[in-house]
Design a protein around this ligand. Structure first.
Ligand code: ZN
Length: 408
């Protein structure tokens, strides 16, 4: 099944560059061609989206969400939240551990089993087309390098520091080191405790000693560090990614953006929702953060998109988040929302309006043609199905359903 998007206005490839044309063709779940709309033979595609000058960007990646099993969160007793997040432009989500599973185990065997089960349950299960990277082992003091090697063999490649039975944050240091020595990607809780019973504050000193891959919710989850600690993390923790979350402290996020730009560390910033949590479900969480950081903060709209797409895939080493030939066809069409003073998606972000998500595509399949969670777009974006229309007019020729000729 092939799909073409034509008449793209502004585009963003996930790394901040524009596409080399105003049309994209997807086939077999991947991006097959990028070029001018004039070269697209519309009748040959199962679906053609006329973007009418709207903006095309990669699907957003939430680098901090809390999966359990299925499309269900016990934290807010809600089902179908991943589908709802897709309507906020999120096409891929990365678990920050399955800490919300009721009765979650805390012993060595149990934490390993939970991570393996979560990873395997989402290996082929894509709720409503959303790709979920689940199975982040919750670090406990008795986990060893051998345990991490077992986990890698069993398909687990992520760990979360911050909920274990450690007497002090500094006690995480050898366990994080052991995990990383086996190629496990470690995210560390940053800031004050998130819920009753969770770890006491993890500050700059402990974070810099731990050297995780990602400082999870570095703007607080939800309680932030001091401005002085923010500066230390930006200046001294140059190997640690800076994850800014919607369910954190906005003032601290704005400060961290300023620091990152001042010290030429923008490449370390990634956006995330850190939901579902006590802060609730925030279906538009990533778009909200993008609008906040581009309107109140120093980031450009382009930078906010990079931080929610290409930067995440680079930091997590995922083949995702970029509009490039051969990469997964996870794409969203966005625009200024109806009624906004802005007239394109970037200007909407600049003035703090949340863009409309007009179309979401995952694995090359259109998942919806109007978000149910954002206002409608200003532009008249249309989805056409030329081959269906052609077949409808060919009642006398039942063999018209020839194999698709995938080209542009
Ligand atoms: Zn979290």
């Amino acid at each position: 099944m092939s799909l073409a998007i034509v008449n793209i206005g502004i585009s963003h490839d996930g790394n901040g560059a524009t596409l080399s044309g105003d049309a994209v063709v997807c086939a077999d779940g991947a991006i097959a061609w990028i070029g001018p709309s004039s070269q697209v033979r519309r009748g040959e595609h199962a679906t053609v989206i006329d973007a009418a000058g709207a903006t095309v960007i990669p699907g957003l990646i939430d680098s901090h969400f809390h999966s359990t099993f299925g499309d269900f969160t016990p934290r807010q007793n809600a089902v179908g939240y991943l589908e709802s997040y897709l309507h906020g432009g999120m096409t891929r989500a990365i678990s920050a551990s399955e800490v919300h599973v009721p009765g979650r185990p805390i012993d060595r065997v149990g934490v390993k089993a939970l991570a393996v089960a979560a990873a395997k349950c989402f290996e082929h299960y894509r709720p409503h087309g959303v790709t979920v990277h689940a199975g982040s082992v919750i670090l406990e003091p008795d986990l060893t390098a051998e345990d991490f090697a077992d986990l890698r063999r069993d398909g687990v490649w992520m760990a979360k520091a911050g909920f274990g039975r450690f007497a002090s944050p500094m006690d995480y240091v050898p366990v994080v080191r052991a995990a990383r020595s086996q190629g496990i990607h470690v995210m560390c809780h940053t800031g004050g405790g998130s819920i009753s019973g969770s770890q006491s504050k993890i500050g700059a000193e402990a974070l810099l000693a731990m050297q995780p891959n990602v400082a999870g919710h570095v703007n607080g989850g939800p309680t932030a560090l001091t401005p002085e600690e923010n500066e230390r993390i930006v200046v001294e923790g140059t190997e640690i990614a800076l994850q800014l979350v919607q369910a954190g402290n906005l003032k601290s996020a704005l400060h961290l953006c300023e620091l990152a730009l001042r010290h030429d560390q923008f490449h370390r910033i990634l956006l995330a929702s850190d939901t579902p949590t006590g802060s609730g479900l925030i279906s538009l969480g990533l778009l909200r953060s993008m609008a906040e950081l581009a309107s109140l903060g120093p980031l450009t709209p382009e930078q906010t998109i990079t931080a929610a797409t290409g930067a995440v895939s680079r930091i997590y080493d995922l083949k995702a988040g970029l509009l490039a030939i051969g990469w997964p066809a996870d794409i969203i069409v966005i625009d200024a929302p109806l009624g906004s003073a802005a007239h394109n998606a970037y200007d909407a972000l600049r003035i703090g309006d949340i863009p409309a998500v007009a179309v979401a595509i995952t694995q090359g399949t259109v998942r919806f043609e109007r978000s149910r969670n954002t206002p409608p777009p200003q532009k008249d974006i249309k989805t056409l199905r030329p081959r269906d229309e052609r077949r409808a007019g060919e009642h006398d020729a039942p063999d018209a359903s020839a194999p698709a000729h995938h080209c542009c």
